[in-house]
Design a protein around this ligand. Structure first.
Ligand SMILES: NC(=O)c1ccc[n+]([C@@H]2O[C@H](COP(=O)([O-])OP(=O)(O)OC[C@H]3O[C@@H](n4cnc5c(N)ncnc54)[C@H](O)[C@@H]3O)[C@@H](O)[C@H]2O)c1
Length: 261
């Protein structure tokens, strides 16, 4: 098992991609700290799934927009498991709108959770890793929308481009401490975020939900939508010793979506 007794923080670990990441780490022997924001039931359910894998876990409520809460999350991990080894900053939100109609509130919401949340999370995690003095691994979840245009998602794309810019710069600054910082860029992943986006997109473009889903399918060269587990596999690779010589990278896992027009 690649992660025996390693302590891993996963923000947004209660559902979607985050839950798949938590379970994948638990299956490989890690102690997981599941950050959740609103849905305690979902966090508890993830915890039970970890238990079924024989894993240890801690659940912690965190709003990544609040610096002190990000610091507390790290403190909780260290208090419970003695140290921090890996952090996956996955918490994220999206809303959809035409850029021309976008409100300041929508812009701030996406930027605050997706960009500032990654900044606050990384800062707390890196401080702890530097204090421990044995390096560590950080994996930030960006998106294909962090590398190219995304209709109805200009504000979200801006926030995910920000994740890449911040992560690459941080990677450079902490490399001398043996800390690797990399990003994962998923495509069209079947989660509650995608369900909400299908509804919004159908409404904003005057289409049926089925038509939107068909467009998603047609956009993916590998011919199927992404499962949370597809993204989780890449997260674990980047957190593993197999990726020891990688830092400051943004790796796509999107079925080839980025190659499509
Ligand atoms: N679903 C996709 O198609 C897709 C594609 C590319 C990237 N992503 C990214 O993957 C990540 C996970 O998305 P998902 O699809 O699993 O979405 P999801 O909506 O199923 O889960 C989002 C998670 O983020 C947490 N969260 C939201 N606001 C928070 C806050 N203020 N503080 C702490 N946690 C908060 C939620 O509690 C939840 O656990 C996000 O960063 C998202 O942008 C998703």
């Amino acid at each position: 098992m690649r992660f025996e007794n390693k302590t891993v923080i996963i923000t947004g670990g209660d559902k979607g991609i985050g839950r798949a990441v938590v379970l994948a780490f638990a299956k490989e022997g890690a102690n997981t700290v599941i950050g959740y924001n609103r849905d305690l039931d979902s966090a508890k359910k993830t915890g039970r799934m970890v238990e079924n894998e024989g894993g240890n876990f801690e659940i912690f409520k965190v709003d990544v927009r609040i610096k002190e809460e990000c610091e507390k999350l790290v403190e909780t991990a260290v208090k419970r498991f003695g140290r921090l080894d890996i952090a996956v900053n996955n918490a994220g939100v999206s809303t959809m709108n035409w850029a021309v109609d976008l409100t300041e509130e929508e812009w701030d919401f996406n930027m605050d959770v997706n960009a500032k949340g990654v900044f606050f999370s990384c800062q707390s995690e890196v401080k702890q890793l530097i204090k421990q003095g044995n390096g560590g691994k950080i994996v930030n979840i960006s998106s294909i929308a962090g590398k190219r245009q995304a209709m109805l998602l200009s504000h979200y794309a801006a926030s995910k481009f920000a994740v890449l810019g911040f992560s690459k710069s941080l990677a450079l600054e902490v490399a001398s401490h043996g800390i690797n910082v990399n990003c994962v860029c998923p495509g069209l992943v079947r989660t509650s975020m995608q369900e909400r986006e299908i509804e919004w997109e159908a409404k904003l473009r005057g289409m049926s939900k089925e038509e939107v889903i068909d467009e998603y399918h047609n956009a993916v060269p590998l011919g199927r939508l992404e499962e949370p587990e597809d993204a989780a596999k890449l997260v674990l690779f980047l957190a593993s010793e197999d990726a020891a010589y990688m830092t400051g990278q943004a790796v796509n896992v999107a079925g080839g979506l980025e190659m499509a027009v």
